[in-house]
Write a protein of this length. Structure first.
Length: 232
């Protein structure tokens, strides 16, 4: 398996992802400057978190025009895996690879916290190392992480099982008290219809090394790796 990580001016979680894929899991990993377009030979492309182009205009609104993003679209359309984390999720919605939008948090504050969320399904490479309904804890760090979509889009997402991660309480209750940013339906992460594109506001790459004291994110990368090992 080969991983590519897109680097924009202002990305700040790119090295964190590489530390997990290359450092902890020993997976061949390449950093891809946003002006590069060659993603061939890559299995997983990660659009990392951060503040691409300073998040001026709107988070992800400038990054979506980068040359690398054209190649990311082709990569996704070929059915290959794309993971957008935080700013990466925002970029994926700007591009239209995922529906909806990420808007200012309900309380208009930047939130930096560790929060519980539910893994809704485990039948995809992304979550094959979790169990369906498992409550995990991951860091969040965003100012514009409130998932929003029109009611038809939201219904389609729910009907198709496209909500992969949902904020909840430590004991698994999904309600407004366990919703850190006001996301509709407590949505923390969604997939496209085919399931090969995942966008999520929480940061699995910041929760993979025991030295940090939180490791629930490691299983996401391990699940993807395992899916290649068995040739899924
Ligand atoms: N950690 C991140 O990727 C932050 C995303 C974006 N800059 C926001 O504040 O919402």
């Amino acid at each position: 398996m080969k991983v590519g990580i897109i680097v924009f001016p202002g990305s700040n979680c790119d090295r964190d992802v590489a530390t997990v894929t290359e450092g902890l899991l020993n997976v061949a990993t390449r950093m891809i400057w946003h002006q590069d377009t060659d993603l061939s030979a890559l299995d997983l492309v990660v659009i990392p978190g951060g503040f691409s182009y300073g998040d001026y205009l709107r988070c992800g609104a400038i990054a979506r025009f980068s040359p690398a993003i054209k190649s990311v679209i082709e990569h996704a359309q070929a059915g290959k895996l794309v993971l957008g984390i935080c700013n990466g999720f925002q970029i994926l919605t700007e591009v239209g690879l995922l529906p909806g939008a990420l808007i200012r948090n309900r309380d208009l504050h930047f939130i930096c916290d560790r929060v519980p969320m539910k893994v809704e399904r485990s039948d995809l490479p992304w979550t094959s190392n979790y169990t369906s309904g498992q409550v995990i804890t991951l860091p969040i760090a965003h100012g514009e992480g409130r998932y929003f979509a029109d009611s038809d889009t939201l219904k389609t997402l729910e009907d198709n099982g496209q909500v992969l991660f949902r904020y909840c309480s430590a004991t698994g209750e999904v309600n407004q008290d366990s919703n850190p940013n006001g996301s509709l339906d407590n949505i923390a992460g969604i997939i496209n219809q085919q399931g090969n594109v995942l966008g999520m506001m929480p940061h699995p790459e910041r929760a993979a090394d025991a030295a940090i004291g939180i490791t629930d994110g490691k299983a996401l990368f391990e699940g993807v790796l395992a899916s290649f090992a068995v040739g899924v």
